[in-house]
Design a protein around this ligand. Structure first.
Ligand code: NDP
Length: 334
C-alpha cells in the first residue's frame, strides 16, 4: 500500500458509499468526516449508521471545512454536476461516481472546471484497476492475441431489490446504459487504446418492475482499425457469469467473473500452444485500489484509476449506445 491518509466528506447518503467506498476508505486508514444529503433526517440517520461525526444538508458548508481534503460524490447521477461544481469552488479534490453527468456537455464542463481550479477529478470506475483487467491489458499489449479483432463483454446481472429505485425510473440518470455500459467502456477503452468510432444498439424493458427506462441492452461498437466490440448489459439476468473476451488473429483471452465489484475472476489464454490459465497475484479490494491510486495522485504520484478524461470517454461510448437505442441508427461516439 502506498496510501496516505485523506480526510473525506461524502456528498450523497448512498448505498455504494456505505457498502463499498467508506469501508475501503477506512481499510486504507483514511478518515471519513461527514455526509451531506438533501434531507436532514436521512443525513442524521446515515451518519449514525456509518459512524460519521457530521451530517448536514449544506453541501457548501461541509466541503468548505478545513478538515476535509477530498470529497466523494455519490449522489444520484443528475446531481453530480452541481455537487462537483460546489467541491471545485471549495478547492477540494473529487472522486465522482460514474456516470459523471447526464449529458456530455455537463460532464465536459465538470472536467474543465476541475482542471482550471487545479483540483484532481477522478471517476470511480472500479474495474480498470482490477488485477484481472490490468493483466488482460498487459497480455494484449504484449501481443499475446496478435492483432485484436473483437471484444465481447458480458455484464448482464440482477439488480438487487434495494437498488430498484431511481435506476428504473424515467429520469435522465436512469437505465442500464448509464449504469453499466459506461463501466464496460471504462474497461474496453484502455484495453483497445484506440478511439471508439460508432455504435448500434437495441434495448428492452424485460423486468417485472414496470421500468420507465431500459433494463437490458445489446450493443455493437466499432473502434478504430475495425475492432468490433459487443456488449450485453442488463438488470434482469440473475444466473449468468460476467465476463470479457478478447479475440485476435493469434490468440483469444477468455476472462470470466471479471465484470464484478469483487476482486475475483479467471483468465484463460488460448493460442497455437493450447489453453492455459493466467496466474493472478493481486486480489486487493477494487475500491481500495481506486482510493489508493487517488491518494497517490493527490500526492503527485501516478494517475487515478480513471481520470476525468477517462470518465468522459466512457460516457461518450454509453451515450452513443443510448442514442442508437432511441434513433434505431448507427450513432457516432462524440
Ligand atoms: P442510492 O440510491 O443508494 O443513493 C443515491 C441517493 O439516493 C442518495 O444520495 C440519497 O440521497 C438517495 N437515497 C438513498 N436511499 C434513500 C432512501 N431510502 N430514501 C430516499 N432517498 C434515498 O444509489 P447508489 O449508491 O446505488 O448509487 C449512487 C451513485 O453511485 C450513482 O451515481 C451510481 O451510478 C454510482 N454507483 C457506482 C458504483 C460503482 O461500482 N462505481 C456501484 C453503485 C453505484 P441524499 O444524499 O439526498 O440522501
Amino acid at each position: 500500500m502506498t496510501s496516505s491518509t485523506l480526510r473525506w466528506a461524502l456528498i450523497g447518503a448512498s448505498d455504494i458509499a456505505a457498502t463499498r467506498v467508506v469501508p475501503a476508505m477506512r481499510a486504507l486508514g483514511h478518515r471519513v468526516v461527514g455526509v451531506a444529503s438533501n434531507s436532514a433526517e436521512r443525513a442524521a440517520a446515515y451518519a449514525a449508521a456509518n459512524d460519521l461525526s457530521h451530517a448536514t444538508t449544506d453541501v457548501d458548508a461541509l466541503v468548505g471545512r478545513d478538515d476535509i481534503d477530498a470529497v466523494y460524490v455519490s449522489s444520484t447521477n443528475e446531481q453530480h454536476p452541481a455537487h462537483v461544481e460546489a467541491v471545485v469552488r471549495a478547492g477540494k479534490h473529487i472522486l465522482c461516481e460514474k456516470p459523471l453527468a447526464t449529458s456530455m456537455e455537463d460532464a465536459t464542463a465538470m472536467v474543465d472546471a476541475a482542471a482550471r481550479a487545479g483540483v484532481l477529478l477522478a471517476v470511480n470506475h472500479h474495474l480498470p484497476g482490477a488485477d484481472t483487467h490490468r493483466e488482460i491489458r498487459r497480455l494484449v499489449r504484449s501481443g499475446a492475441v496478435g492483432r485484436p479483432l473483437a471484444v465481447r463483454v458480458f455484464h448482464a446481472v440482477a439488480l438487487p431489490k434495494r437498488l430498484q429505485g431511481w435506476r428504473l425510473g424515467g429520469g435522465p440518470g436512469a437505465g442500464v446504459i448509464l449504469d453499466i455500459t459506461c463501466h464496460d467502456a471504462s474497461v474496453v477503452n484502455p484495453l483497445l487504446d484506440r478511439a471508439a468510432i460508432d455504435a448500434v444498439a437495441l434495448s428492452a424493458q424485460q423486468g417485472p418492475w414496470g421500468a420507465q427506462s431500459e433494463d437490458a441492452v445489446v450493443a455493437a461498437i466499432r473502434y478504430a482499425d475495425d475492432v468490433l466490440v459487443q456488449t450485453h448489459d442488463a438488470f434482469t439476468v440473475p444466473f449468468a457469469p460476467t465476463g470479457l473476451e478478447v479475440h485476435g488473429d493469434e490468440g483469444s483471452i477468455v476472462a470470466t467473473d471479471v465484470m464484478t465489484q469483487d476482486p475475483i475472476g479467471r483468465i484463460t489464454l488460448r493460442d497455437r500452444a493450447g489453453a492455459r490459465e493466467i496466474e493472478l497475484g493481486d486480489r486487493r479490494d477494487l475500491y481500495q485500489i481506486v482510493l489508493d491510486a487517488f491518494a497517490g495522485a493527490v500526492r503527485g504520484e501516478g494517475t487515478p484509476t480513471a481520470t476525468g478524461q477517462d470518465g468522459l470517454a466512457a460516457l461518450a461510448v454509453a451515450y452513443a449506445v443510448l442514442r442508437s437505442t432511441a434513433t434505431g441508427r448507427r450513432e457516432a461516439v462524440r
